[in-house]
Design a protein around this ligand. Sequence first.
Ligand SMILES: Cc1cc2nc3c(=O)[nH]c(=O)nc-3n(C[C@H](O)[C@H](O)[C@H](O)COP(=O)(O)OP(=O)(O)OC[C@H]3O[C@@H](n4cnc5c(N)ncnc54)[C@H](O)[C@@H]3O)c2cc1C
Length: 307
Amino acid sequence: MEENLDSFEKIKVPALDEILGKKFPVLDDGFIRVVDYMGSDESIVQAARVSYGKGTKKVTEDRGLIRYLMRHHHTTPFEMCEIKLHVRVPMDTWRQWIRHRTANVNEYSTRYSIAIDASQKTNLSEWRIQAKNNKQGSEGFFPDEIGSKLSEREKELQDFARGIYQERLSLGVAREQARKDLPLSTYTEAYWKIDLQNLLHFLALRMESHAQYEIRSYANIIGNEIVNRWCPVAWEAFQDYRMNALSFSLQELEILKEIYKGNKSEVNKLADSYGWLKIIDKRFTKNIERAEFEEKLERLGIEKPWE
Ligand SMILES: Cc1cc2nc3c(=O)[nH]c(=O)nc-3n(C[C@H](O)[C@H](O)[C@H](O)COP(=O)(O)OP(=O)(O)OC[C@H]3O[C@@H](n4cnc5c(N)ncnc54)[C@H](O)[C@@H]3O)c2cc1C
């Protein structure tokens, strides 16, 4: 990366320029494309050097500086980069997406225009079964015989709702009222502009395994196909220190210390004192904090120390 503190030349990212306007398909009829952007990895460094002084260059390489900023949550330099996307998303996914308040949004208006004539359709092999342990999640898929019936009924419902909508429009009902019974599977489109700091926050929440499959599909494209080209060094740092990192609470560290010492009775005593060996949240069949710690132990290749 070039030292750019005193340069006012517009920063360009050739790898992102190559895909400007290109539609990345998502789900059956959705897409994401980059409309415009401002900044790059260089802008993050440039902004940081304003606060740390030019002298920093001598001791810290650009990559090291970006990684330092990411590790220590020095967030404002990442806000110097902005991106504008054009997205086409089913309304139920958009409802989750729009909860991220730190973006600038302009959405297709179904008061002004006729609603987009496309609804998200579920392939017969993609109907998910309600998870037993997690009320917000799913586990496994229905067999194709059931899936095929569900997809057939989905089509009937979508066609029926669209038919009534068209009937209302042809009678002259106002578009703002005619739309009220359209299903949440109806696609909407928006321009969505956000800075890199808040985009990474969005991606941390929406690429994560607990996010719903549909929004995760969009987030994965934004992260892997777009941010990866746009700010590769920041993206790498984000993977290393946010997405794939593990953090431990004080309690977890205490238990880890005892596991390391091989002190099983102390491990169990501590876990019991934290209430981890009882079920305290009736929504789950096991203690949720303990379950999350067990996932971390699995990543570390450590067997869970209790029955
Ligand atoms: C897996 C999952 C499940 C969810 N389940 C539910 C649910 O059941 N019900 C539900 O209602 N929502 C749910 N949400 C939405 C969630 O609670 C957040 O509203 C959403 O993820 C947006 O997060 P955010 O506010 O951090 O992001 P943004 O709105 O993008 O904000 C980014 C950051 O800016 C700051 N910020 C923004 N606005 C303010 C403000 N007004 N005051 C102070 N700080 C602010 C905060 O630090 C915030 O983290 C869920 C989200 C996920 C990922």
